[in-house]
Design a protein around this ligand. Structure first.
Ligand code: C5P
Length: 227
């Protein structure tokens, strides 16, 4: 029998701080990281290369099953994402990729096809899982579940700053609108909607520093794992 591997499941809408918090906790714990959004984004890139969209049902499902995506650690501590052997990291971060990802992610057969691939990230000594349905669907038995939120305005501001750091000029009102549209789609879809697991700890990160949120998550984790 394989040893039990603990999971920290972190869910929430885009811009709630999940990515930053997950990376910090993952490094502090020395655990693995699953960026499930990057898998949906990689699928979106592969789909658009093939001229597929969210209406392409069976072809999308096949693509999700056979998706050739790898995550490579890079020298600067970042992760490069390869799809079909091509580095698509920059394309992955674009708003249009996020939008297409959210459309293909609403297809039930696509989510089923990607389920085991995500569960395979659960490797010793532990996993930090970042997404929308980590605590509800992918790892319902996670030791600790967190649901992060922040006001739409704060999330748009964070996204704007992030884009600027990447040298991309984002327009704040457009970002706010796109965030609201994506939230609505993620929350109201019939499969694995963005909802907190009943046993998730909710943290509103509006106005909180990254350090304050990381400390809160670390202390929950330590209490639960009795470290
Ligand atoms: O988190 P990120 O913005 O990279 O995710 C892109 C999109 O992928 C989300 O808007 C969501 O629709 C989808 N997604 C999902 N389930 C996950 C992670 C992401 O449906 N676990």
């Amino acid at each position: 029998m394989s040893a039990h591997v603990p999971v920290l499941a972190v869910d929430g809408p885009g811009g709630s701080g999940k990515g930053t918090i997950c990376r910090a906790v993952q490094q502090a714990m020395g655990w693995h990281l699953l960026d499930s959004g990057a898998i949906y984004r990689a699928l979106a890139v592969a789909a658009s290369r093939r001229g597929l969209d969210a209406k392409s049902g069976a072809e999308l499902e096949r693509l999700a099953t056979n998706l050739d995506v790898t995550f490579l650690p890079s020298a600067d501590g970042d992760t490069r994402v390869m799809v079909d052997g091509e580095d698509v990291t920059d394309e992955l971060r674009q708003e249009q990729t996020g939008n297409l990802a959210s459309q293909v992610a609403a297809v039930s057969a696509v989510r089923d096809a990607l389920l085991q691939r995500q569960r395979d990230f659960r490797q010793p000594p532990g996993l930090v899982a970042d997404g929308r349905d980590m605590g509800t669907v992918v790892f319902p038995d996670a030791e600790v579940k967190i649901f992060l939120t922040a006001s739409p305005e704060e999330r748009a501001r964070r996204r704007h700053k992030q884009l600027k750091e990447q040298g991309v000029d984002g327009n704040l009102p457009d970002l706010l609108r796109e965030i609201a549209e994506r939230d609505e789609r993620d929350r109201t879809r019939s499969v694995a909607p963005l909802v907190p697991a009943p046993d998730a700890e909710r943290i509103d990160t509006t106005g909180l520093s990254i350090d304050a949120v990381v400390q809160r998550v670390m202390s929950l984790l330590q209490d639960r794992l009795l470290l």
